[in-house]
Design a protein around this ligand. Structure first.
Ligand code: MLT
Length: 217
């Protein structure tokens, strides 16, 4: 189902009956749409509910989740506003689609990973986990938020021309110091996703769901 309600044009697919109690919030890269990551979400965790917004910012006609001044240089004021906007959307969707009992896990690629990282650092509690494909440090927080109990997979490209290795290392250390359970996967290629990224994320996701079921049982 595609709708323009709740402040974002978005697609929602309910989870299947008996499926994992998880909502994947799918966040596309620059120039993407709400349709881009639906297939990835289905493959990452079959049966999970899928919530996929389209970024509200347009850069030369390309949807994004926040404005940038140049490649990798973010408009921090807009980022702060858009971070709140996305957080409100996820909260509202949780109620509207009755997802309150689900774990909410962000799955973001590139610009989508960057807004997810910003939400994690600004509004802890929105996401209980995140798979961030090719993320960058959105900003360095003045004090680390409390991300105890939040699991994060960073999937970085070893030859990514957009994200330097040092930037991934900094992001990892920021999440580490916030108490998150951080895993790092290094894809041997660049900014584009490979099949290996999908396999690494599937493994990570299966581990999250298994540990959640153990806790619940
Ligand atoms: C961003 O602007 O979020 C990053 O540069 C990644 C991208 O190109 O979307």
């Amino acid at each position: 189902m595609t709708t323009r309600e709740l402040g974002f044009r978005h697609r929602f697919e309910p989870g299947t009956q008996g499926g994992p109690p998880v909502t994947l919030v799918l966040l596309h890269g620059t120039g993407g749409t709400e349709d881009d990551l639906i297939g990835l979400g289905r493959e990452l965790l079959p049966g999970a509910a899928l919530l996929s917004p389209r970024g509200n910012v347009l850069e030369q006609g390309m949807p994004r989740f926040f404005r940038r001044l140049a490649e990798g240089v973010f408009d921090q004021q807009d980022l702060a506003l858009r971070t709140q906007e996305l957080s409100r959307f996820v909260e509202a969707a949780r109620e509207t689609y009755r997802l309150q009992d689900n774990l909410t896990i962000a799955v973001g690629y590139s610009n989508g990973a960057n807004i997810a990282a910003s939400v994690l650092l600004t509004v802890p509690g929105i996401f209980q986990g995140a798979v961030l494909f090719r993320p960058m440090v959105p900003f360095v927080p003045s004090a680390p938020p409390d991300l105890q109990g939040v699991a994060i997979l960073l999937a970085a490209g070893e030859r990514d021309p957009i994200v330097e290795t040092g930037n991934t290392d900094l992001l990892q250390s920021i999440f580490d110091s916030a108490g998150a359970d951080v895993s790092l996967y290094r894809h041997p290629g660049g900014h584009e996703l490979g099949h290996d990224d999908l396999l690494a994320a599937r493994r990570w996701m299966a581990g999250r769901v298994a540990s959640r079921s153990q806790m619940a049982g």
